[in-house]
Write a protein of this length. Structure first.
Length: 275
């Protein structure tokens, strides 16, 4: 699932296409997490996560993870992957595929060479925070999906709302893909547009009492962002339009709060935009 567009990737289709061209499919599974989506079962070769988001869950530690299925055959397309299939001068002249096999070649190069050279190592304290988060991930993801679905349904019916993007809504063009790849729900992030434009979007956010205005997303606490005035503020209105990041677009990341509390907060903030 893409952030912030919430596009649902047709993993099987893209895995087939990638494999026909001798390249691995790498899926960023940050938003659904392994609780709600298992890309390897649909043919993906490598999965990445920003653990800073749902996995940590509390915005306590920045981190990332690469998970290698160990199934992609680098040697069948050796000319494409010299870094894995020819001797590495910086690492005792070993050839990763020969020394570690298909299961170990990619991830050993990633950890033994790249992680070492770039220093992208998680501190022990941050690993500890992440581990605490992982212990409750399965419970939190359930509530994120329940809240995301309820908020999306509520917004879709609200007169101040122009449109809503959430794959759990039958009106979403990604609904069929979501039913296939995310049968137990996706995540808590909902994107929507307000009829009142940029000004209403700003007013809506300022009036929220539970959700905090933050660039961060996918957290136990609800947070909200107006990309046009923050992450994408360098773009003109025409450029925003072209990127699908409309000036009236809001990204609402539902936390694990009580569902009715969230709906009440959104309702009163929407009312304030009409005042
Ligand atoms: C935030 C995010 C990232 C980047 O992660 P950081 O931990 O902020 O570096 C990558 N992919 C997705 C889908 C994200 O939401």
């Amino acid at each position: 699932m893409a952030n912030p567009a919430l596009t649902v990737l047709d993993i099987e289709k893209f895995a087939d296409a990638a494999h026909r061209h001798g390249v691995p499919l790498i899926v960023d599974n940050t938003f659904p997490t392994p609780i709600h989506c298992r890309p390897f079962e649909w043919g993906a070769d490598i999965v990445t996560h920003s653990t800073t988001k749902y996995m940590d869950g509390h915005g306590a530690a920045v981190g990332g993870a690469i998970v290698d299925s160990g199934k992609f055959d680098w040697t069948a397309h050796a000319e494409k992957y010299p870094g894995l299939t020819t001797p590495d001068e910086s690492y005792h002249g070993i050839t990763y595929t020969e020394r570690f096999g298909l299961e170990g070649a990619y991830i050993t190069k990633a950890t033994a060479q790249l992680m070492r050279d770039f220093g992208a190592i998680q501190s022990p304290q941050h690993a500890f925070y992440l581990n605490l988060g992982l212990e409750s991930l399965h419970l939190r993801m359930k509530q994120h999906a329940i809240n995301g679905q309820a908020v999306a349904e509520f917004l879709e019916k609200h007169p101040a709302v122009k449109s809503v993007e959430y794959a759990g809504l039958p009106s979403s063009k990604y609904h069929a893909l979501a039913q296939k790849y995310l049968p137990e729900g996706g995540c808590g992030v909902v994107s929507f547009r307000l009829k009142g434009g940029r000004e209403a979007a700003q007013k809506f956010m300022e009036n929220l009492k539970i959700a905090a205005i933050e660039t961060h997303v996918a957290d136990a606490r609800s947070c909200v962002l107006h990309p046009a005035s923050t992450t994408h503020r360098q773009l003109t209105d025409a450029e925003l339009e072209a990127a699908g990041v409309y000036s009236d677009l809001i990204r609402f990341s539902c936390g694990i709060e009580d569902t009715q509390d969230l709906l009440d907060d959104i309702a009163q903030a929407l009312e304030a935009t009409e005042a």
